[in-house]
Design a protein around this ligand. Structure first.
Ligand code: AMP
Length: 211
C-alpha cells in the first residue's frame, strides 16, 4: 500500500498510522514527527522550522518536501503511509510528480472525517511522550503506569490559541487538497468517529483493497 492518511489535526491520523505499521509492516512517514525530531536535535532545518511549528503555522513547503522525500526514499517508495503531507495543493502536486519520477504512484488517499467538537476535545486532551513520540489522551488513552511523568507534555501547538489557528489553516490551505485527490479518483472518505478499532477496520478495508 502507498497511502496518504488525510484529515484535520487531532483526527487520529498518527495513531491509525501506527496501527498500519503494526498490522501491515508499512513505513509511517509523518512530517510533523520528522519536524519535531529536527527541532529537538537542533538541525539547520529544525531551527528554521521551530517558530512555525510551535505557533501552529505551516512550515515553508520546500522544507517538508525535503523531509518527506528523504523518508520516501528510505522506504523504497513502497509500503508507506504518509501522515501530515501533503497539506497544500502545491505539496500535493509535488508529491504526485515526485512519486511519478520514482516510477510509482499513490494507491489511495484515506480522508478521516470528524466533527469540530471532537477535534478540539482530542487536541486539548492530547499529551505526548517526548522520548518515544507516543500520543496519549487524558480520558481515552491515559499515560500508562511506569512512564516517567516528566517525559509527558502537552505539545505547544496543542494549546488553545494554536489549536484555533491550526484549524483555520486546515480549512483554508489543507481542505482543498480533498478535492484535488477526489478529482484524481484517489479519495476515500471514511468516518473517524467511534472506537479506535472501528476506525481501524474501516481504514484496513480501503488500504488492503488498493495494495
Ligand atoms: P502534525 O504533527 O502533522 O500535526 O504537524 C505539526 C506541525 O508541523 C504543523 O502544525 C506544521 O507547523 C508542521 N507541518 C507538518 N507537516 C507539514 C506540512 N506538510 N507542511 C507544512 N507544515 C507542516
Amino acid at each position: 500500500m502507498r497511502i496518504v492518511l488525510f484529515g484535520p489535526p487531532g483526527v487520529g491520523k498518527g495513531s491509525q498510522a501506527s496501527m498500519l505499521v503494526e498490522k501491515r509492516g508499512v513505513t509511517h512517514i509523518s512530517t510533523g514527527i520528522l519536524l519535531r525530531r529536527a527541532i529537538r536535535e537542533e538541525t539547520d532545518l529544525g531551527l528554521k522550522a521551530k517558530e512555525y511549528v510551535e505557533s501552529g503555522h505551516l512550515v515553508p513547503g520546500a522544507l517538508v518536501r525535503e523531509l518527506a522525500n528523504g523518508a520516501l526514499d528510505g522506504a523504497g517508495y513502497d509500503q508507506f503511509v504518509l501522515d501530515g503531507y501533503p497539506r497544500t495543493i502545491e505539496q500535493a502536486n509535488w508529491l504526485m510528480s515526485d512519486l511519478a519520477a520514482a516510477g510509482t504512484s499513490l494507491s489511495a488517499v484515506i480522508s478521516l472525517v470528524v466533527s469540530d467538537n471532537v477535534i478540539v476535545d482530542r487536541l486539548s486532551k492530547r499529551r505526548i511522550n517526548i522520548r518515544t513520540g507516543e500520543n496519549y489522551h487524558l480520558d481515552f488513552k491515559p499515560v500508562p503506569a511506569g512512564v516517567p511523568l516528566e517525559d509527558v507534555v502537552q505539545r505547544k501547538d496543542d494549546r488553545p490559541e494554536a489549536i484555533l489557528h491550526r484549524l483555520s489553516v486546515y480549512r483554508s490551505e489543507t481542505f482543498p487538497v480533498v478535492a484535488f485527490f477526489r478529482d484524481r479518483g484517489l479519495l476515500h472518505e471514511i468516518s473517524g468517529e467511534g472506537s479506535f478499532s472501528d476506525v481501524c477496520d474501516r481504514i484496513l478495508q480501503v488500504a488492503d483493497a488498493g495494495s
